[in-house]
Design a protein around this ligand. Structure first.
Ligand code: AMP
Ligand code: MN
Ligand code: MN
Length: 326
């Protein structure tokens, strides 16, 4: 049931938790997971951060003093009695840990803001037009403060929540930004969020090599029918510039932010015939529809999918679908 109070009661009344999120961690993923982690730790719960993927460089500052473990490491601990809190995961298949860890949990709690969320789990708190999962965690913690009369959002939690808010809203500029998002930003600042640490780390610390990669990616820019821009990041580019695949998210907005372009598409070669596609739109195109054609999902203005083909074929296929949305 979509009831924030039931989730708060459940979290307060149980003792052992896994917190987790989706593959290819972004700021909202890590911000929401770690704010939940610290919240539960502050309640003296046993909490495990299980995720079979690692943080990009620009989000390392959040995970530095946290012990992230893999599914395998969790299994070796032989813990049988636990609940699973999945944050920022649009569907069950995107939860980035082993299926049997998921199926053996007592209760699955789904906190998310993806349009494609099918309300899986024993408890869910899903608001599809929320700016970020961090905004939902923020609502939950504020409500916890109201119910328990105990200050819940400390500096660390505020910093985590601020990160997800800034990354999913493009620093409060995208159309998913609501009045409540500005309120949240203000209240997090008052609660002691290190806002400069967040923006300097996330947006202002690109390694020099990143710009070399960006240059190569910009060289691959192509425009179709004025409104569609595509860009590519190939394995060769990654090798030449020494940039890791997980540190390429900063390239994505460049395709969208071109005059007259409505849909920006970044195709990234993750492996042989495995193309991760990031789709962004500016004002009217629903890119989640395009992503869904290829088994992906996301939001109206930001979505993703993986196409198993060569990068050239993937580009052709995605452009054909994008043309239907402009
Ligand atoms: P990205 O392009 O990876 O930054 O993702 C943009 C948005 O789409 C994020 O909200 C992702 O969680 C979502 N997304 C990306 N890839 C997928 C996928 N394969 N399936 C469902 N949602 C996705
Ligand atoms: Mn995310
Ligand atoms: Mn999100």
């Amino acid at each position: 049931m979509n009831n924030i109070d039931n989730i708060i009661n459940y979290l307060n009344g149980s003792n052992d938790f896994i917190v987790t999120s989706h593959i290819n961690p972004d700021g909202d993923n890590i911000g929401s997971t770690l704010s939940m982690y610290y919240f539960l730790k502050n309640l003296n719960k046993r909490v495990y951060y299980v995720l079979d993927d690692s943080a990009p460089l620009n989000l390392q500052f959040l995970v530095n003093d946290i012990n992230r473990i893999s599914s395998q490491e969790f299994k070796e601990m032989n813990i049988n009695d636990y609940n699973l809190v999945a944050l920022d995961c649009g569907d069950k298949n995107r939860i980035c840990l082993d299926d049997n860890i998921m199926s053996n949990c007592n209760k699955l709690i789904n906190i998310d803001h993806h349009d494609s969320n099918d309300l899986y789990g024993d408890y869910y708190y899903v608001v599809k037009d929320a700016s970020s999962t961090c905004e939902l965690v923020y609502n939950l913690l504020k409500r916890n403060e109201e119910i328990t009369k105990v200050k819940t959002i400390d500096e660390k939690i505020a910093t985590c929540l601020y990160t997800g808010l800034m990354t999913d809203t493009g620093k409060l500029t995208y159309s998913n930004t609501q009045a409540s998002s500005f309120d949240m930003a203000k209240n997090l600042l008052l609660a002691g969020a290190d806002t400069q640490l967040v923006v300097q780390s996330v947006f202002g610390s690109n390694p020099f090599n990143f710009y070399k990669l960006l240059g190569e990616a910009l060289n691959s820019l192509e425009i179709t029918n004025i409104k569609i821009a595509t860009m590519c990041v190939t394995q060769d580019m990654l090798k030449r510039t020494g940039v890791d695949f997980k540190d390429t998210d900063g390239v994505t907005p460049y395709a969208r932010d071109i005059e007259n372009v409505e849909i920006g598409i970044l195709l990234k070669e993750k492996g042989n015939n495995e193309i991760k596609v990031s789709l962004r739109s500016k004002s009217y195109a629903d890119v989640s529809k395009i992503a869904k054609v290829f088994g992906g999902g996301g939001h109206i203005r930001a979505a993703g999918c993986t196409i198993y083909d060569t990068i050239e074929n993937a580009k052709e296929k995605i452009i054909q679908e994008a043309l239907k949305e402009i």
